[in-house]
Design a protein around this ligand. Structure first.
Ligand code: FAD
Length: 542
């Protein structure tokens, strides 16, 4: 503790009292978690420049006090803003939120860690730039950088986000500031247009890792397209989703479908508009089948819904529409294409029917359609956070989605995120492995499978639980663990994990993780930066 006291004193001299926070309400806020594995920090440090980050890190290394960097700290479902153990100093980079460079010709920006989805999206709109940002469903206040460093994914053709990073600036544990790619050559004019540089390509080492703190990065953006259509396709029966995956895969592989398609089960879609209907369910969990069917009918959805967007010129989008129709013709899918004109017509109809049940339903559909359209164009919307509130007592907060924060709102949510080969049979297999476990533990399985690249589906299986009910929390932990272990055993390794599963990635006899451990030991011998995060066994947290 003496070391911690000395480090805090040094950080106060560096940052000032108001940027070294140790008061209980602040620490409580940072410890708030959608999972039940939260940890309590020693302090919150708020540097505003790369130089300050370097000095913060040097001080931490000198006094052997572990640090945990966050960009916006909204890593909901995967550990939120929590370090792996109590007593780490959170380096909150949200005040480093400058958009450092914008190049409309070459379609990229350079951003600091605190730049949020809302901020960049607004910037592009306000400056009337012909560029779209890729957007995730995690709402306006999440960061781009934290998500990219977790290798998160969004919705657009640029949704495989890390693939669009060109050049990082980062701080190592000894305080060295490194520029990756060509950025370490002061004369380079090409650092944002060619990510690999010359020599070993190291950027990946700083994603899902604890090797350094990233203080800026170049991000390629998508040029606006002449046309944009959203498409929805639905099947009534569970097993009918498999042929649809197999029919759409060739279109994803040949580039007809360039964006990330999301395939959600009925509850995934329903939970976007309502929370668990406790009264209708009569105290039963999971949702009784009859109630589930009732909710399906009310929402107008089948067992599965595929949602995606078509981008390009008018001709390209028209050709893509024809290709999708042709590919899905032999399946049982009902396909619907949405464009601005259709949305405006539906809007007019909803106004004419105002005050009637049909008018209200239509208005709700138009609002959802507009949010999807906006998201495709990189405008974030908090409404897609609703799923996190499924089991929350009291349902959605009155002002939802304004200021929605599932961790502070006491939502309970754990995610298992296996990667699958993009084949219908794999989707059915993963579902069949998970469904009985969810049911045994009394949870509704809501799940999305996203076509995260041309060959893989990224599954997100949600264990949504009532965080106020200790028995349910305990069941949620068991359910999570069993699903996680089942997926690992079946070879569906996750693309990303919460802090509760970091230690389970390395079986203790794995040359890959030994190598990762050796790199970590070389870069951060005192194990100061985010100890335990995606790291080899034998380097325990703290
Ligand atoms: C309903 C719902 C929908 C969601 N939808 C999506 C989605 O569509 N796609 C998706 O990917 N996620 C989604 N999420 C998950 C998550 O909320 C987002 O990924 C979110 O962007 C992560 O939070 P953040 O941006 O604040 O990152 P942070 O919490 O700031 O960062 C995440 C982690 O990255 C590391 N890190 C952050 N910054 C740095 C840095 N500068 N240097 C080194 N390491 C750093 C830290 O270890 C940190 O814990 C969703 C969550 C919910 C509840």
């Amino acid at each position: 503790m003496a070391a911690a006291g000395e480090a805090l004193a040094a950080w106060r001299r560096l940052l000032g009292e108001d940027r070294v926070l140790v008061d209980a309400p602040t620490l409580d806020r940072y410890a708030a978690s959608t999972s039940s594995w939260s940890t309590r920090p020693l302090a919150i440090l708020r540097p505003v420049s790369t130089d300050e980050v370097a000095q913060v890190v040097r001080t931490a290394t000198e006094h052997r006090v572990p640090l945990y960097p966050i960009s916006a700290g909204r890593n909901w479902g995967y550990g939120d803003a929590c370090a792996l153990a109590d007593g780490h100093a959170i380096v909150d980079l949200s005040r480093m939120n400058r958009i450092l460079e914008v190049d409309a010709t070459l379609a990229y920006v350079v951003i600091e860690p605190g730049v949020t989805q809302q901020q960049l999206s607004r910037y592009l709109l306000e400056h009337d730039l012909p560029l779209w940002m890729d957007c995730t469903g995690a709402g306006p206040d999440t960061s781009l950088m934290g998500n990219i460093l977790e290798r998160g994914f969004g919705h657009s053709p640029y949704g495989n986000r890390f693939q669009n990073v060109a050049g990082m600036e980062l701080v190592l544990a000894d305080g060295d500031v490194v520029h990756t790619g060509f950025g370490h050559y002061p004369s380079s004019v090409n650092r944002r247009v060619y990510p690999y540089g010359v020599g070993p390509y190291v950027d990946g080492l700083f994603t899902q890792s604890n090797m350094g703190i990233v203080t800026s990065l170049g991000l390629w953006l998508m040029p606006k397209t002449e046309a944009l259509n959203h498409f929805l396709c639905m099947v009534q029966e569970h097993q009918d989703i498999a042929p649809i995956i197999d029919a759409l895969r060739p279109l994803r592989l040949d580039g007809t479908l360039r964006s990330i398609l999301h395939i959600g089960n009925d509850l995934r879609v329903i939970s976007g508009g309502t929370t668990f209907p406790r009264e209708l369910a009569g105290g039963q969990v999971p949702l009784p089948e009859a109630v589930r069917q009732q909710l399906r009918a009310a929402a107008g959805v089948g067992a599965w819904t595929v949602s995606g967007a078509l981008y390009g010129s008018n001709d390209q989008v028209a050709a893509a529409r024809r290709a999708v129709r042709r590919a899905l013709a032999p399946t049982r899918a009902r396909v619907q294409f949405l464009d601005e004109r259709k949305l405006n017509l539906a809007d007019t109809a909803a106004r004419l029917l105002k005050g009637t049940g049909m008018g209200r339903r239509l208005a709700a559909k138009v609002a959802l359609g507009r949010s999807l359209f906006e998201m495709n164009r990189g405008i974030p919307n908090g409404r897609f956070l609703a799923g996190a509130y499924w089991r929350r007592r009291g349902g959605l907060p009155a002002d939802f989605p304004a200021n929605a924060n599932p961790a502070l709102d006491r939502c309970g949510m754990l995610w298992v995120s296996p990667v699958l080969p993009m084949r219908g049979e794999d989707l059915l297999r993963v579902h069949a492995l998970a469904a009985p476990i969810f049911s045994t533990h009394g949870f509704d399985l809501f799940v999305t499978f996203s076509m995260i690249n041309e060959r893989a589906l990224g599954g997100v299986l949600t264990v949504a639980y009532d965080a106020e009910d200790p028995a349910e929390v305990a069941r949620a932990r068991l359910c999570y663990r069993q699903v996680f272990e089942t997926m690992m055993a079946a070879g569906y390794i996750p693309y990303r994990v919460g802090l509760q599963s970091m230690a389970d990635l390395d079986n203790g006899d794995d040359a890959y993780w030994r190598m990762v451990g050796r790199i970590k030991a070389a870069l951060d011998p005192a194990n100061i930066i985010a100890p335990g995060r995606y790291s080899a066994r034998g380097r325990p947290p703290g």
